[in-house]
Design a protein around this ligand. Structure first.
Ligand code: ADP
Ligand code: MG
Length: 221
């Protein structure tokens, strides 16, 4: 579960203050699928990073899986993240000099035991990437790169998957496939929070929220 109570995040840039998100109240139950929309600069990435504990809110409370992550220090948040949360990004963020299998194993801290390796290979099989295990990211299509990133995000069996415009660099067919994999994770009990501009995720969404100027708006135009 994810609960945000009056969450705001303000950045100080020189003398200026940028209110990236303001007064956000949100409740996502375990197993739900939340779609986040909004124009560029409306606070979508800040919202996801705050939920994922990469960032501390300026004010308000963030509770994930009944733990108040907004009260944790950086090390506690990092440990919490590694156990509970998977991230998928628009730009994939794969390590270029590691192959696909190694990129996925990276999530488990390169545990070189047979069990981790089996898990990584099973994930890659489910994502249709068995034939790419020993390829480097540069040798993959964009869709294959994003599916590798999904395998990496799932490696540690997170309960929550956060995806920030995961289809932003994909053609419609690959975009749909990525959304289907997010839904597959949800069907197995996972919570999905995805920032996306397309509409292919709407059919799975329990909630759709739109951000404008850092705030949730009810009836976006
Ligand atoms: P979105 O993902 O919807 O494009 P962001 O969450 O990235 O929006 O940004 C929201 C606002 O906060 C923007 O005005 C952006 O410039 C500002 N912002 C985001 N991150 C930082 C940062 N680290 N320092 C200063 N301003 C930031
Ligand atoms: Mg963004």
């Amino acid at each position: 579960m994810v609960l945000l109570e009056n969450v705001s995040k303000t950045f100080r840039v020189g003398r200026n203050e940028v209110r990236a998100i303001q007064n956000i109240n949100l409740h996502v139950r375990q197993g739900e699928f939340l779609v986040v929309r909004g124009p560029s600069g409306s606070g979508k990435s800040t919202l996801l990073l705050t939920i994922g504990g990469m960032m501390r809110p300026t004010t308000g409370r963030v509770t994930v899986n009944n733990q108040e992550i907004s009260a944790m220090n950086e090390l506690e948040r990092a440990q919490f993240r590694a156990k509970n949360i998977g991230f998928v990004f628009q730009m994939f963020h794969l390590i270029p000099y590691l192959n696909v299998l190694e990129n996925v194993l990276l999530a488990s801290g390169f545990e070189r035991n047979a069990e981790s390796r089996e898990r990584a290979r099973e994930l890659l099989k489910n994502l249709g990437l068995s034939h790419r295990e020993f390829h480097k990211p540069a040798e993959l299509s964009a869709g294959e790169k994003q599916r590798t990133a999904i395998a990496r995000a799932l490696m540690n069996r997170p309960s929550i998957l956060l995806a920030d415009e995961p289809t932003g660099n994909l053609d419609p067919e690959n975009a749909e496939e990525v959304i289907r994999h997010l839904h597959e994770f949800q069907r197995e009990g996972g919570t999905v929070i995805v920032v996306t501009h397309g509409h292919s995720a709407d059919q799975y969404a329990n909630q759709i929220v739109s951000l404008r100027g850092g705030e949730i708006v009810e009836n976006p135009s």
